[in-house]
Write a protein that binds this ligand. Structure first.
Ligand SMILES: [Zn+2]
Ligand SMILES: [Zn+2]
Length: 275
């Protein structure tokens, strides 16, 4: 197809309804194929990919689905996110680790609900309790809207579930441990949407812990930011990844943001080595 590079169009950061995204995994896959994406990863919060990794052909378009997840962890008192990728299905050890993380999410949701002490906010469902679905602040915020305590999810965040309110307990896992678990399961790790100051302060520590990459190609970043982040990655001997962090609530269409495979050389090499 005209304009398509040989490296393929990648989006390595997408969410489904299994965490705080809007679409079922199957529908997300179809929409990504229709949007002309060639390589994608479903990176739900603390949840290994809901669909089998591999190549799918949808409406005559071949699309490769990687194994993936986005794990929350704390470093120097701040919560950060770690993207984890596998060239194949995430191994059972990693799935079990994710299930444990999801069960902590249930406890945090319940603690948040108790702290708010407002009637009508729904119980965590069975699949969340089993560790097959990741509850997030978004779910608590939506529960508050459904129970009539706020008129929109953003209002619920602002009034009840945002960080400053302290209603939802902090994550207990350290980011360093998240990196170590992911690496020992054979995953490729990338620091998701790192804030610039945190990147400067902590990248060295996290690279020492085994971090492979920084998510440096994201929508809304300026050319200068990208250049600086790439330079920082090079200095620390790590590569870059990228993705839209698409959730489907207010995001633009899928495929408008895509990364040329030629810009992901380090990632593709690491992935091939992990195969
Ligand atoms: Zn994130
Ligand atoms: Zn995300």
């Amino acid at each position: 197809m005209a304009g398509r590079s040989s490296g393929g169009r990648h989006d390595l950061h997408l969410h489904t309804v299994r965490s705080d995204g809007r679409l079922e995994p199957e529908e997300l896959l179809v929409r990504c194929a229709r949007a002309g994406l060639d390589v994608i990863a479903m990176t739900d919060h603390d949840l290994a990919s809901p669909l089998a990794a591999g190549e799918y052909v949808i409406h005559d378009h071949a699309i490769r689905l990687l194994g993936g997840a986005e794990v929350s962890g704390v470093h120097a008192g701040q919560e950060f996110h770690l993207l984890v990728y596998f060239p194949h299905d995430p191994p059972p050890t990693f799935r079990a680790f994710c299930a444990t993380r999801c069960k902590e999410r249930v406890r945090r949701y319940e603690a948040g609900r108790r702290a708010l002490d407002l009637p009508g906010v729904p119980d965590p469902d069975t699949s969340a309790r089993r560790g097959e679905r990741a509850l997030t602040r978004h779910h608590l915020a939506r529960g508050l809207v459904e129970a009539g305590h706020a008129t929109s999810v953003s209002e619920a965040f602002r009034r009840f579930t945002g960080d400053r309110h302290g209603n939802v307990p902090k994550v207990s896992l350290s980011l360093v441990e998240a990196i170590q678990v992911a690496k020992s399961a054979g995953g490729v790790t990338s620091w998701a949407h790192p804030p610039a100051a945190a990147l400067r302060a902590h990248l060295g520590d996290l690279v020492d812990a085994g971090l492979d990459a920084i998510e440096a190609l994201r929508p809304g970043m300026s050319t200068r930011e990208r250049r600086e982040t790439r330079a920082l990655a090079r200095r620390h001997g790590v590569f870059v990844t990228g993705g839209s962090d698409w959730h489907g609530w207010k995001d633009p269409e899928l495929g408008l943001f895509a990364i040329d495979g030629a810009d992901l050389e380090g990632f593709r090499t690491a992935l091939a080595e992990a195969a």
